[in-house]
Write a protein that binds this ligand. Structure first.
Ligand code: NSS
Length: 441
């Protein structure tokens, strides 16, 4: 008999017919001399009723998450989830299972110890399907718009962002680092491919323990020759609106599950992607924060608290542009002596930064000065007997046909956190790397 997926049981023409499917026990109840199991697979749940005394005896010891294959007849039943139920005729048990250590509502330490089991929850798998769709749709948008996907290295010899947040690794007899961003390599690639994007893990050895910082996260980055900041903001907004809009359509069932858990309502998201997103300058942002009684001065960075207060003033994501150059990375284009041509895109509802982007400094003389000013010229690498600056190759990009260009990086877990209204970033990925001790599992 043909094996089917559980979601395909729920069809009127299956009523009265036999079906055959496999899965795991999700819930289990004994009422009188019957057993009711809710069985799940990757994409659905179905109620199975066991009445036959021999089968009842056989199935009695099965535990939550025990694995089995069921053959049975489909009945309509208004009380069952989805309105149908299967009356079991034959059951093959693969593993009765030990008593499952998770019941829901566990403390974080227990969840960490059993993370590999916790990720089976319907709620968590719904978040991962939404993540899958968001990334598929983002890729789709960029591919349709003529961008090439590229594959930069993860083991690197120099810093892209702050040198203080690098993870150092031994690379034979040399020092290497885990990449913080593919950006510098993407910049090299635009000279041959024009518009490129990549999806890679990025690493940050940040000391901060916040609800939105991981030591390893997935980074979706784009870079394009000839692009200005305005071009970059336009594609960032359009591609995110497309990806979120299409994901809402594709993942209605998953959003229903998420709604029960976090209260995320897709109507709120739809309203957000139908409006033009706001743009304010860093200067305006500080003025707004001051007027809200925040203790912050011009020149200070926006932390999670400031971003939260700021985003609560708007009903769409907001691009905060033109930060003081001292607060930002060396590679950003100096608009004038004070500010750079950059943006941080802050997600609404208190979530804050999900994307960082900028026009790049493409003028050789200014970039050379900035590398010195940021003390990055001290970093050396050996090539044969020669010792050269670790950023020499990056400067070469400004020596051989330099052009204006721009790019951005999106934190995938940060995006998912906002889209699903998650409280903590650790729930946006299966095996978070949070701080010491979070290498298990
Ligand atoms: O440091 S960023 O703001 N910018 C860059 O790395 C650029 N080099 C990207 C580029 O232009 N190609 O990081 C970009 C985004 C940021 O907005 C967050 O959404 C995310 O990466 N991000 C993080 N997510 C989770 N955990 C941590 N620690 C983290 N750091 C950045």
């Amino acid at each position: 008999m043909e094996l089917i997926e559980i979601k395909n049981i729920f069809e009127r023409e299956k009523v009265g017919k036999e079906v055959y499917f496999r899965g795991w026990v999700y819930r289990r109840r004994i009422i009188g001399n019957k057993i009711f199991l809710v069985v799940r697979d990757a994409n659905g749940i179905v109620q199975v009723v066991i009445k036959d005394p021999k089968l009842v005896e056989k199935i009695q010891p099965i535990q939550i998450e025990g694995s089995l294959a069921v053959k049975g007849i489909v009945h309509e039943d208004k009380r069952a989830p989805g309105g149908y139920e299967v009356e079991a005729k034959e059951i093959e048990v693969f593993d009765y299972g030990k008593p499952f250590p998770l019941r829901g509502r566990e403390e974080p330490d227990t969840i960490q110890k059993y993370r590999h089991l916790w990720i089976r929850s319907r709620w968590f798998s719904a978040t991962q399907k939404i993540k899958h769709s968001l990334l598929k749709n983002l890729r789709e948008w960029y591919v349709k718009d003529g961008w090439f996907e590229v594959f930069p290295p993860i083991l690197v010899g120099n810093a892209c962002e702050e040198t203080t947040t690098l993870f150092e690794v031994k690379y034979f007899d040399q020092k290497a680092y885990l990449s913080q961003s593919a950006q510098l390599y993407l910049e090299a690639l635009i000279f041959s491919l024009g518009k490129v994007f990549s999806l890679t893990p990025s690493f940050r050895a940040e000391k901060s323990r916040t609800r939105r910082h991981l030591h390893e996260y997935w980074h979706f980055e784009i870079e394009a020759a000839w692009y200005t900041m305005e071009d970059l903001m336009k594609v960032t907004e359009e591609s995110l609106k497309y990806a979120i809009g299409k994901t809402i359509e594709e993942r209605k069932d998953e959003f229903e599950i998420i709604k029960e858990k976090t209260g995320r309502n897709i109507e709120e998201l739809k309203a957000i992607i139908e409006k033009p997103w706001r743009v304010i300058t860093y200067k305006q942002a500080i003025d707004i924060l001051k007027s809200k009684g925040m203790n912050i001065d011009h020149g200070s960075d926006l932390g999670a608290d400031e971003e939260r207060v700021l985003t609560l003033q708007f009903d769409t994501p907001v691009f905060v542009i033109e930060y003081p150059r001292k607060l930002k990375a060396f590679y950003m284009f100096d608009k004038d002596e004070n500010v750079v041509k950059n943006f941080d895109l802050l997600a609404p509802e208190g979530y804050g930064e999900i994307v960082g982007g900028s026009e790049r400094e493409w003028r050789l003389d200014i970039l050379e000065k900035k590398i010195k000013e940021w003390n990055l010229d001290k970093l050396k690498v050996k090539i044969g007997d020669e010792e050269i600056s670790a950023y020499e190759w990056y400067l070469d990009l400004r020596r051989f046909g330099s052009v204006p260009h721009s790019g951005m990086g999106l934190g995938v877990e940060r995006l998912l956190m906002w889209v699903c209204k998650l409280e903590h970033i650790r729930d946006a990925l299966p095996f978070p790397r949070l701080r010491e001790g979070w290498l298990y599992p």
